[in-house]
Design a binder for this molecule. Structure first.
Ligand code: AP5
Length: 220
């Protein structure tokens, strides 16, 4: 991949956006902007943004555009992006998609590809209720599909693994409803612009990642 681009990892909760984003950032030198991570950090630090976002996140609802869009705009302006950006969990509404399309052009890293990880609901529920994250280094595991060598302990740094508060079955189902009602339409925005690469998100990550990487290799 040559030049500067913005790539979007898109799909329902648990489709593997974060899992693939980590490798794409490493392999393609992109700067990752993950709105879920930004918002969770704000909640953990008890900032004004975190206090406003918390009830929405606990309910599995979208945090309002008025809060999310300015954060992403500021992050894009403040982050050096020699190769471009990888967006994970953003955009989720048409307002967010429109803002990103324009802002990415403005900073010289236009949206080139949207990696759509199409993933069925039954796969998602198993994945998300089994997700475990390292408190120390943020590495992501799964009790079913990517178990750590020792239960509850991070393979990478030995840190303690925890479960995200919104990964209970009831909240996962609420997040899926929100995705169907409010976010799935964003796909049409990108399909109209011919930017979508569709990948089977149910495949093991080691099988789907080479397809994703190959699709980006074609971006020049
Ligand atoms: P966010 O953090 O963005 O969560 P999400 O979209 O629900 O996505 P996830 O992080 O749950 O899933 P993922 O696709 O990244 O899957 P992962 O790779 O981790 O958002 C959380 C909340 O913040 C939202 O509900 C909302 O309130 C708010 N928010 C965030 N952005 C917002 C925005 N733009 N606007 C408004 N509100 C916003 O994988 C999941 C598990 O599966 C892991 O255990 C992993 O190991 C495993 N796994 C992954 N891929 C595979 C595979 N191929 N095979 C087997 N296992 C796999």
């Amino acid at each position: 991949m040559r030049g500067r681009h913005s790539i979007i990892a898109f799909g329902p909760p648990g489709a593997g956006k974060g899992t693939h984003a980590e490798r794409l950032v490493r392999d393609f030198g992109l700067e990752r902007i993950a709105t879920g991570d930004i918002l969770r950090a704000a909640v953990a630090d008890d900032t004004p943004l975190g206090r406003q976002a918390k009830p929405y996140m606990e309910a599995g609802a979208l945090v309002p555009d008025e809060l999310v869009i300015p954060i992403v705009e500021a992050r894009m302006r403040a982050t050096p992006h020699e190769r471009g950006f990888l967006f994970d969990g953003f955009p989720r509404t048409i307002a967010q998609a429109t803002m990103l399309f324009e802002a990415a052009e403005r900073v010289g890293a236009p949206v080139e590809k949207v990696i759509y990880l199409r993933t069925p609901q039954e796969v998602i529920v198993t994945r998300l209720t089994g997700r475990r994250i390292c408190r120390r280094c943020g590495a992501v595991f799964n009790t079913e599909t990517m178990p750590p060598k020792v239960a509850g302990v991070c393979d990478a740094c030995g840190g303690e693994l925890y479960q995200r508060e919104d990964d209970t079955e009831a909240t996962v189902l609420a997040r899926l409803r929100v995705y169907e009602e409010q976010t799935a339409d964003v796909m049409a925005f990108y399909r109209d612009r011919g930017l979508v690469v569709e990948i089977d998100g149910a495949l093991p990550a080691e099988e789907s990642y080479p397809m994703i990487a190959a699709s980006l290799g074609a971006v020049s």
